[in-house]
Design a protein around this ligand. Structure first.
Ligand code: G4P
Length: 538
């Protein structure tokens, strides 16, 4: 714990602590290098001794079953990683967005808890499907995005072409902070656009340590890099002509994105990215409550639960709720109020997460993430607040499911346990549960953003509720919200079905594919078919 953590803090102290915080996540497609970058960022911030300590390779590569086994073996899930580390005068909170086989609603919910995101692109691939989905969520939540073009040490695409793709496909105006010298695959260094300073990189074996960096003047750099430097200068002239300069108002409004180039594996340009996050990413700001009133950063403590993880410690069968501090100062032992029930919530067991390790957290400030153990009553979207006038933050939206399956209990004698389990998992937000009179409550439909959510349901139904169950996948890919008129118009139409969402009673129409949906829209232009958040680009 640092000295500042133990001091008594006045309101201006809270503002100063919040001002030092940067809370962000990395959004990317699998294999773009998110785990490598996470390690490199922590390495540069001196938070870990050598890269490779945060995410076990086995976990990153793990197929679903490995993930479950690993969760049991380690007693903690890789998805829970929320790293907090100091860098210069700043405290950085890097939240993990599970993005591999374990892509799920949790991935989206994490974006409720950040103030900024790094959009990580593979220099050879540019924008990929999962990056686009996550970007959609950032855009809808007004989360500003910094772009990092990774793997510049490998053959890839032209930098201008990549910028063009960002602008054309997602309408985000790219504003490069630095510019690579040497084509992808022959990376020499980076020119800082604002100052013209040139940093050359030397590879360290395996990328396990910080890369060697040397700074040169314009003249020296031209001599050293020859044609490659001149080519970069020509491109810089072009950028200057179109005025592609970093612009804070449009960045914060989600209209432009500062772009940095580098390579996470050999640690090229990673320190520069950290500096950019400190300089550009917004510090925690007042958050609007559900009545639309802004909750000031130095108001009494309030926090938002954005994720609940069950069974993280197999010895204790506990449930950890991850809470982002939104206002005030958190002190372990505080008794908070759970806004949803009005009941008190004791915080004796508050923890900070560091990769696989947990440590007790005594104090936290806006932007920090804490894990609350024994959080049986908490669910994603819940608000906790310190004694005083109540505050409730708006609920986290549910995201567009793309995978659907019927779940049935294998043992007829356990139907009560099965029903209780399904209800509990739905309430926790592990999966969305849909039903209809036709299907009955013995065979509800589960709707998920990623198929791993189904495995978690089966695993927990069996081990926690004693109800061994089986799934049969349904041939639907899309969901839209409809109304009773829409439901009657769709009744009996092939390739579609309308179900009721258990948690809020919303009517959800499922469609086999986008062609079926488009055909139905064409034939019934007046029925309500409202897209859900994310995946709503179709
Ligand atoms: P992810 O979490 O986004 O899925 O990506 P991850 O970090 O696991 O990286 C995916 C692959 O890309 C890994 O290689 C990793 O080493 C490589 N990689 C990441 N960043 C860079 C980079 O800047 N330059 C180069 N050249 N490669 C990079 P792999 O072959 O799948 O695994 P490994 O056995 O080499 O580690």
């Amino acid at each position: 714990m640092s000295a500042t953590d133990t001091e008594k803090t006045s309101d201006s102290g809270i503002l100063a602590e919040a001002g030092r915080r940067r809370t962000f996540a990395v959004i990317s497609h699998p294999d773009a290098g998110k785990s490598t970058l996470t390690e490199a960022l922590a390495l540069h911030a001196s938070a870990i001794k050598s890269a490779g300590a945060v995410h076990g390779k086995a976990g990153r590569r793990g197929v679903t079953s490995d993930w479950m086994a690993m969760e049991r073996d380690r007693g903690i899930s890789i998805t829970s990683a929320a790293l907090r580390f100091d860098y210069g005068d700043h405290t950085l909170n890097l939240l993990d967005t599970p993005g591999h086989a374990d892509f799920s609603e949790d991935t989206y919910r994490v974006l409720e808890a950040v103030d900024c995101a790094i959009m990580l692109l593979d220099s050879a691939k540019g924008l990929e499907p999962q990056t686009l989905k996550l970007f959609d969520v950032c855009r809808s939540r007004h989360v500003p995005v910094v772009t990092f073009v990774n793997k510049w040490d490998r053959p890839g695409r032209e930098p201008l072409e990549l910028l063009d793709e960002i602008e054309q496909r997602i309408g985000l105006r790219p504003t490069p902070v630095n510019w690579p010298v040497g084509i992808a695959g022959d990376f020499r260094g980076l020119i800082e656009r604002a100052t013209g300073a040139y940093t050359a990189y030397t590879r360290t074996p395996g990328g396990a340590e910080r890369a060697l960096e040397a700074t040169f003047t314009d003249e020296e750099a031209r001599l050293k890099e020859g044609d490659a430097y001149e080519a970069a200068e020509e491109e810089l002239d072009l950028l200057a002509e179109i005025g592609a300069d970093v612009d804070m108002p449009s960045f914060l409004a989600g209209e432009s994105s500062p772009v940095l180039f580098g390579a996470a594996l050999p640690n090229f340009g990673v320190r520069r990215l950290l500096d950019a996050m400190c300089a550009l990413a917004p510090a925690p700001r007042a958050r609007a409550d559900s009545a639309g009133a802004e909750r000031a950063i130095d108001a009494p403590f309030s926090g938002l639960v954005f994720k609940v993880q069950a069974n993280m410690d197999k010895a204790h069968r506990d449930r950890v709720a991850f809470l982002r501090v939104c206002s005030g100062r958190f002190e372990r032992g505080m008794v908070l109020t759970h806004a949803a029930t009005g009941k008190p919530f004791a915080t004796k067991y508050a923890q900070a997460m560091f990769g696989q390790d947990r440590e007790t957290v005594e104090v936290a400030y806006p932007g920090d993430v804490i894990g609350l153990v024994n959080a049986g009553a908490l669910r994603p979207g819940d608000t906790l607040y310190a004694p005083g006038p109540p505050v409730v933050f708006p609920p986290i939206p549910s995201f567009a499911p793309e995978h659907f399956a019927v779940v049935r209990c294998k043992d007829a004698g356990k139907s009560k346990q099965f029903r209780r389990g399904i209800e509990q998992l739905d309430t926790e937000g592990v999966v969305q549960v849909l039903s209809s009179d036709l299907r009955g409550d013995q065979a509800p439909v589960l709707a998920a953003v990623g198929p791993l959510q189904f495995d978690v349901v089966l695993n927990r139904l069996e081990h926690e509720f004693g109800a061994r169950s089986e799934l049969s996948r349904l041939d639907y890919e899309l969901a839209r919200i409809t109304d009773p008129a829409g439901a009657s118009a769709l009744a009996g139409v092939r390739g579609t079905e309308v179900l009721t969402r258990r948690l809020d009673g919303a009517l959800m129409a499922l469609f086999a594919d986008k062609w079926r949906l488009n055909a139905i829209k064409r034939d019934n232009p007046d029925i309500k078919l409202e897209a859900l958040l994310a995946g709503a680009t179709i």
